[in-house]
Design a protein around this ligand. Structure first.
Ligand code: 3SL
Length: 247
């Protein structure tokens, strides 16, 4: 099992990643966005949401809503961390309880994560595309261990920058895979994530509080979201992206 990692979606299309494209089509890709999209997706699915349809842009989301029937779907997501005008839901997991999302399809767009997903699927056809946050990390790790195949961790980052909380989540996943497999070839970026995780090993939640994005969300009055997303292994779920939907 070889493990590679990109810190944000712009690296996926950069020249540096090109040599790995052949490998891309056989790898299992794990998309990570701890604050907050992957946490929100995982939580919504745990609450009985039928499917989440991720879109790169607000316009695509609105067009699909018109095509599917505006009253048949929920629109969710954010720009700048805030709910988009005309959308019923933002990107806070707390806005996705069972009474709101059970049996519903959510059309979803966020600044970084849904663009990351979009880039991944435009680049080719990975074997599987999985969604991981701290909330479901043990379930994802367990699943990957049963497969024992190459994995690429695609962190979402923030506006083209590295996000500490995503790096620590990626590093925690690597730690579990290395623990299960012993010697595992790691790319330098995967090794960096692992080392960063080891720094936060005893208190991974602290990484969310230290991170630029976590502090920004707290500044916007969203401390409850940061606390919610900082919990490890709450859901035994491995959401998959396939044919335009996460289920
Ligand atoms: O960019 C994203 O995908 C979001 O998760 C960022 S935010 O936490 O909603 O600001």
């Amino acid at each position: 099992m070889k493990i590679t990692l990109t810190f944000n979606p712009s690296e996926l299309v950069g020249a540096g990643f090109k040599p790995a494209l052949a490998y891309w089509n056989v790898a299992r890709v794990v998309v990570i966005d701890v604050l907050r999209a992957c946490s929100t997706i995982t939580h919504a699915l745990s609450q009985g949401c039928r499917a989440i349809y991720p879109f790169a842009s607000v316009r695509e989301c609105q067009e699909r809503a018109r095509a599917m029937g505006r009253d048949k779907v929920l629109l969710g997501g954010e720009r700048g961390g805030l709910r988009i005008k005309g959308f019923q839901l933002g990107n806070s997991p707390l806005e996705y309880p069972r009474e709101v999302v059970e049996g519903k399809d959510v059309l979803f767009t966020t600044t970084n994560c849904t663009k990351n997903l979009n880039t991944i699927t435009r680049l080719g056809k990975p074997k599987e595309v999985l969604i991981c946050s701290l909330l479901n990390l043990p379930a994802v790790a367990e699943y990957l261990v049963t497969k024992g195949e190459d994995v690429h961790l695609a962190l979402s980052g923030t506006n083209g920058e590295v996000s500490l909380e995503d790096v620590v989540c990626g590093g925690m996943l690597i730690h579990r895979l290395v623990g299960a497999y012993g010697h595992t070839p790691l790319s330098d970026s995967a090794r960096l994530a692992h080392v960063t995780y080891l720094h936060y090993k005893d208190n991974p939640r602290q990484a969310l509080l230290d991170s630029t994005h976590g502090r920004r969300l707290i500044g916007l009055g969203m401390k409850r979201d940061v606390d919610f997303c900082g919990r490890v292994g709450v859901y035994d779920l491995v959401p998959r992206y396939s044919k335009g939907a996460v289920m």
